[in-house]
Design a protein around this ligand. Structure first.
Ligand SMILES: [Zn+2]
Length: 309
């Protein structure tokens, strides 16, 4: 190969190594009707979950990240000059609050371009159909959780009997793939275990101190009443273990969880209101959270295995 050809080959290789565009399917009609979504919103939440849905004031967490969820169940708005990204729909009964929170902060649902989902359990996914109807945004999800979103039902575990309005998935995102909008780059981390397609997201964000921080939207890695030997998910234990190992390698100093208590939201918000603009910046939060999750997983695994014998 001549030097010139070699250089040309390198250019080709470089082209091949460039990140592949996110697979996009043509936009189809919503899977849930207005009537179906309204019916789900009108159902009473069980007593176990009712308090999670108490409204709280939406607020700016840090930089262009806003909290728009309820008291016990999160939703995040990431704003950009080219439109916004909304992560998680919570319960069907939470979606009207999320929409009101977005507008209350001065943003508009019609400007939401992408909907993301941490995972396809009813308490994080059921509101997405309403958010999709209200925004027309593209739903981005992992392949492994896509089926549950489109079916409107997670197929095993404590929530398997709880149907929710189905959500049209427009784009499938793979591990380490990025989603870009208006100068924001979100990197998907498939962190399976809690669900097979559990998706965490990483992004850089500017702090009040002018420094760049790294935010992690954590999918969750709790066992949450699930069997650790479900026939539908034979690899569950190995997946949880790989997820704990992976989180040990992730550096992030803003931990954002899908249940606010897991990130001490109330206490950090109080500090923020008192004047600490970087109350949500804490490099120790992720390692501590991951260690606690792993410890709880090990204890539950031992308990379930002992119960089998
Ligand atoms: Zn869950």
């Amino acid at each position: 190969m001549t030097i010139r050809n070699a250089a040309f080959a390198l250019v080709l290789l470089g082209a091949c190594a460039a990140p592949a565009p996110v697979a996009e399917t043509p936009r189809a009609a919503p899977l849930a009707s207005e009537a179906q979504v309204a019916a789900a919103e009108g159902e009473a939440l069980s007593d176990d979950w009712g308090a999670w849905n108490n409204p709280i004031e939406p607020f700016n967490v840090i930089g262009n990240i806003y909290y728009v969820g309820a008291e016990g169940i999160s939703a995040y708005l990431i704003t950009t000059p080219d439109g916004h990204i909304l992560l998680d729909g919570a319960f069907a009964q939470t979606a009207p609050q999320i929409i009101a929170n977005v507008e209350r902060l001065g943003f508009h649902m019609r400007d939401v371009r992408y909907l993301l989902n941490s995972h396809a359990h009813v308490d994080h996914a059921a509101g997405l159909a309403r958010l999709q109807l209200a925004s027309g945004a593209q739903m981005v999800a992992s392949e492994a959780d896509r089926g549950a979103l489109e079916a409107g039902r997670f197929p095993y575990g404590p929530s398997e009997d709880l149907a929710f309005p189905p959500i049209r998935v427009d784009r499938v995102i793979a591990d380490n793939e990025t989603l870009r909008l208006g100068g924001v780059t979100l990197t998907a981390l498939i962190t399976p275990g809690h669900t097979p397609g559990c998706t965490s997201w990483l992004m850089d964000v500017a702090g009040a101190d002018g420094a760049t921080h790294r935010a992690l939207f954590h999918c969750s890695a709790t066992v949450a009443g699930q069997s650790l030997a479900p026939p539908a998910y034979p690899n569950i234990v190995a997946d949880f273990e790989s997820t704990f190992a992976r989180f040990r390698t992730i550096e992030a100093d803003v931990l954002l969880t899908n249940h606010p208590s897991m990130m001490d939201l109330e206490e950090r918000r109080a500090r923020q209101i008192a004047g600490d603009a970087n109350a949500f910046v804490d490099a120790n939060a992720l390692p501590a959270f991951n260690a606690a999750l792993e410890q709880a997983f090990r204890a539950e695994l031992a308990r379930q295995r002992a119960a089998q014998n």
